[in-house]
Design a binder for this molecule. Sequence first.
Ligand code: C2E
Ligand code: CA
Ligand code: CA
Length: 561
Amino acid sequence: MKEITNTKKRTVLIVEDDLINREILSAILSDEYNILQAENGKAGLEILESSKKEISLILLDIQMPVMNGYEFLDKVKLIPSFRSIPIIITTSSNATDDEIKCLENGASDFVSKPYNPDIILRRVGSMIRLREASSVIDRVEHDSITGLYSRDFFFINSEKVLSESAEEKFDIFCCEIMSLKMLQDRHSKAKTEKLLIGIAKFLTDTFGSNSVYGKLSESTFSVLTLHNSEEKYGDISEALRNAVKSMSIPDAVLHFSAYPCVDADTPAHSLCNRVLTALDEAKFQFGRQFAEFNDEFKDKYSRRHAILGYMETAIKENQFEVYYQPKHSLKSNTTGGAEALVRWTHPELGFISPGEFIPLFESSGFITELDFYVAERTCKDLREQIDKGLPSVPVSCNISRADFSHPALAETIVKIADKYSIPHKMLHIEVTESAYTDNTEVFLDTVQKLHSAGFCIELDDFGAGYSSLTVLSDLDIDILKLDMYFARNMGSPKQALILKHIFSIAQSLNMEIVAEGVETKEQSDAFRSMGCDYIQGYYYSKPLPKAQFEEYLNKQTGETL
Ligand code: C2E
Ligand code: CA
Ligand code: CA
């Protein structure tokens, strides 16, 4: 192998076992091109992979030892970044069969031996010009990392396939990598790209050459394929989940959806909307991996899209506000604490309930940014109260289950509190059992760090859904927050028995109890008689904006004095 370097020239790779032929071709081309030489297909592939410089064209012999020209073509076809390099076959055979086979395998043209220098120079030149012009189009048409169709071209090509095979039934299968942005922050760019390439390869290997492949977004893959059963898609999803475990980011989480029996009459852009909507539905219905598009849900999902689209600007434009809901201490009969609850009023959509946007932000990964924002606002407000000499109480911030994928969750909370010199005991952290179930090890480690840094840990929504007593023994919990469910169902004797046990366990583990969602005097009195420490609910106060909350605390201090 030898390399003639001239930075202004394009580079041509000659893959040919016969030294004399290589030298002849090299002599013809070296005035105008940089030449790289390889003596067989395998060596050619190695040069392609290691070459830092872009190779503009390959001249390829068919009969070679180690790896022949056909095998070389097959390999190159599989690697997206090489696929677009034009390949000219150099052949002595005049057999049309060979030519057809090579063209079918991705070769662009032929030159035959003995070599005519003029013809070779002209073909090489025009092929390179053609490729450079089409690569501009290609960049729009294909995703640069995986080589799959970009979103628009996926739908255009799907529409074509559907109209050409009207008698067949097709499905669109989608696969999405959750929180790709977060993975990109945590891992190297190379690892994320490898993951994307690995998934693309798995899909193309699985669905074969009769399917259309696309990248609908940075993190979403799509496949138009002949109709399959839901069970088959279930198996494929499972197999891909397993395959990811040995890829560059083994803990990447994938979601799947299938839009069954796409309609050949649906224009590409509506097809696109429907598939994206179905994908959203699958994402938000926990445990349900497959979803069909349904007109009824259309408005709901377009609103979800809008909300997700607005979130980044919302934080920049300070659209989020923090409200404080008092926790009334039954022992001291004053406010013993408060919970920070985020509020969002969007300029066009108006007030959006956290019950609506929090789950969306959790699935997009944006929730972590918002939780840090709320923690920061809380600390800032606390600092202001302390500086102004106003009464202040410890405030709890909610930490979403999704936040635990952040590699420096505990450290970031510490940093925020310290930035405003907030004594750590003034900031409480609310966590949920679902986070414990998601990834017990990371959860325990983070909570342990937060607890030993001096923050008080509250276990939120206790008793809602799945509850286990292990979490209580595993964890350094200071306060148990009983889910609203208990306040709603006070009357039932079974409920009363369960509550009695919860209170006695909490007492023996030295935990305080907050009852949430208390709306009436009866409910408050019942909790008081059980030995409850705090009441949080509309009976005492709704969540209040900062100024009103300060007034609320001030008034109380006045009364108790
Ligand atoms: P949560 O943490 O269980 O918060 C308590 C929710 O109950 C709040 O709803 C509060 O306004 C409401 N509430 C309080 N007292 C009563 C009452 O007496 N009756 C009734 N019916 N409701 C009462 P909100 O503010 O709509 O928040 C809903 C959920 O959104 C919260 O439930 C929490 O899971 C989540 N959330 C709110 N702010 C944040 C935040 O900053 N970060 C995270 N990660 N989640 C948040
Ligand atoms: Ca909470
Ligand atoms: Ca709660």
